[in-house]
Write a new protein. Sequence first.
Length: 323
Amino acid sequence: MIAVLAALAFSAAMAFEGVEVGKPAPVLKLKDVQGEAFSTDTIFNGEANVIVFCRVGQSYSEKLLKDLQEIYDELQKKGLRAAAVFSGKVESSAVGELGKKLGLKFPLLLDPDRESYGRYGVIVTPATGFIDKKGLLRFYCASYQRDFMKIARANVGFLLGDISAAEREERLRPKKEAAKLNPAVTEYRLGLKLLKKGSTDAAKEMLRQAWESKPPYVEAGVELGFLLLQEGANEEALALFADVTRLAPKHARAGGGRGVALLRTGEKDEGRASIEQALSAGAEAPLFYYELGLLSESQGNATEALGFYRQGLELALDVVSSP
């Protein structure tokens, strides 16, 4: 099972396996939610064109569609075109309701037989393709990344001719600022690099130094708290997250970490409320869903527990797919 999940996570780094970057994007002939026939070669007649494969009921799909609509509002007059494809057995009314909820103004297309899904070789949803005026797939974005707006604006800006290839690269991968950093920020960043390398003890030391600086660096305290949770030092983590949330009461991820620590130390009601508040604020983490799943399972609610576990797994795969 672990090997299967690892393979899925690796494949999620791609968005499409049916079309290569630089090759013509498949032309799709579909119907929208009103039953009107569309062909993407007529929809995608702009300087920049975006196609999204998404799902009803998936939070990341909703976030991406909402972001895309904002960009579409800004740049439609400059030549941006967009469409969203919903594959599989989904009621057109459900797609229509989603469109109304999010205020979507671009075509919402139905792919009931998943033919379009297969032609693009969609690996993970949501999946976004950026197509130029010649119909060539130029860029893609797998899953929903926290900096999707930045990625999309850079890709669309380049296709519209507003920025150069070099400017696009700089926006996506900005050079480090030459200005001197706060020592606590430097220690925090070094701690994150050490974590990626697997040097947990050294990372903890760097993060602790950043947290104990004057004033304390909040982000370092948050990362340190999650490391403590990972080690099972739940009481210490709870005390740390309490200090962090006193300094930054609106830090949703810290609130979620505090909720996990509360659950593990027996404060089930307060812990669940803290995690749910963090999730509603957009601070999603696989650990949050896992802990809620454990709680529901312990309370005999197997259906709810399974739902939480499924959400946590889906989020874990999405996180692995991010660059």
